[in-house]
Design a protein around this ligand. Structure first.
Ligand SMILES: [Zn+2]
Length: 284
């Protein structure tokens, strides 16, 4: 068996052959992914993903929420974003999903968050004061694309100060978490709810999820990201149990940043308990 086939089978252990394939967490080049939204649609069609969400960091979607048949396979795109928040003094990510188009009010929240990212990017650049490192561009300053520490790491490499992303993080960025720039988790959960969305805690550790689940559920958290690549079977089981204990929904996604999407998906049957307003039910 070739190496790529081995990898593939590792990522797709439990998808029944006739299941609709879902991936609700991936990134385009409007945040720190490599592919444009259009390239993602082509990839998703080729890999036969049935339902996807391009969940860029603090960024409203640009594709319409609808079924795309243009690339030879019906891919349903739902709207969402991955929002950075502060939880117990640390940065955590919460996914906001919307049953139809993301409302303007939430788009505005994303835009302000992305603008704040550009300011933070420039302030770290100024603080590090490394020669030749590219500052934020106009699109980022206007909140139309979002800059992450990965962008800064790439810019530092491009300017010739380091060779690898991990070297940049070790030397300069590891301590620049900047959680004070992010909204409090409770206010974000509330904002998502106020705009008709559902909130899912992205890739929580089992330890943190166990510690915070009861409180966050009370604050309106809708679910946890349970299905994801690399998660240990035991942890996935425990996250599922937490969802069941606190009557939360299970979600999942690859968190893909490149054309590796499609190697991981989970079956649509797993999201049967999502609110009926999400049109997954018609897709099965
Ligand atoms: Zn992500």
């Amino acid at each position: 068996m070739s190496r790529s086939r081995r990898r593939r089978s590792k990522f797709r252990p439990s998808v029944p052959q006739d299941a609709r394939r879902v991936d609700l967490h991936m990134h385009s080049n409007r945040s720190d992914g490599r592919l444009s939204c259009e390239e993602i649609l082509v990839e998703a069609s080729q890999k036969k993903l049935d339902i996807i969400c391009i969940s860029d960091h603090d960024l409203a979607p640009i594709l319409e929420a609808r079924v795309y048949s243009e690339y030879g396979y019906d891919v349903r795109v739902i709207h969402g974003a991955e929002m950075s928040v502060e939880l117990a003094g640390e940065e955590q990510h919460f996914l906001a999903y919307f049953p139809s188009s993301m409302p303007d009010g939430f788009r505005q929240i994303c835009r302000e968050a992305a603008k704040s990212r550009a300011r933070r990017y420039d302030s770290i650049c100024n603080e590090l004061s490394l020669a030749g490192v590219q500052r934020s561009d106009v699109q980022a300053q206007e909140g139309l694309r979002s800059l992450t520490r990965l962008h800064l790491a790439r810019a530092i490499i491009d300017a010739g100060h380091a060779r690898t992303i991990s070297e940049v993080f070790d030397r300069w960025l590891r301590k620049k978490e900047g959680v004070e720039h992010f909204p409090d988790v409770v206010s974000m959960i509330q904002q998502i709810k106020d705009h008709g969305g559902i909130s899912i805690w992205a890739h929580p550790s089992i330890k943190k999820a166990s510690f915070h689940a009861a409180k966050l559920k009370k604050e309106g958290l809708d679910g946890l990201e349970v299905f994801r690549p690399y998660i240990k079977k035991g942890d996935r089981k425990r996250l599922r149990m937490l969802c069941s204990t606190y009557k939360m929904i299970c979600s999942g996604g690859s968190d893909s940043h490149s054309d590796s999407m499609g190697l991981f998906s989970f079956p649509a049957q797993e999201i049967h308990d999502w609110p009926a307003s999400f049109s997954f039910h018609n897709s099965q």
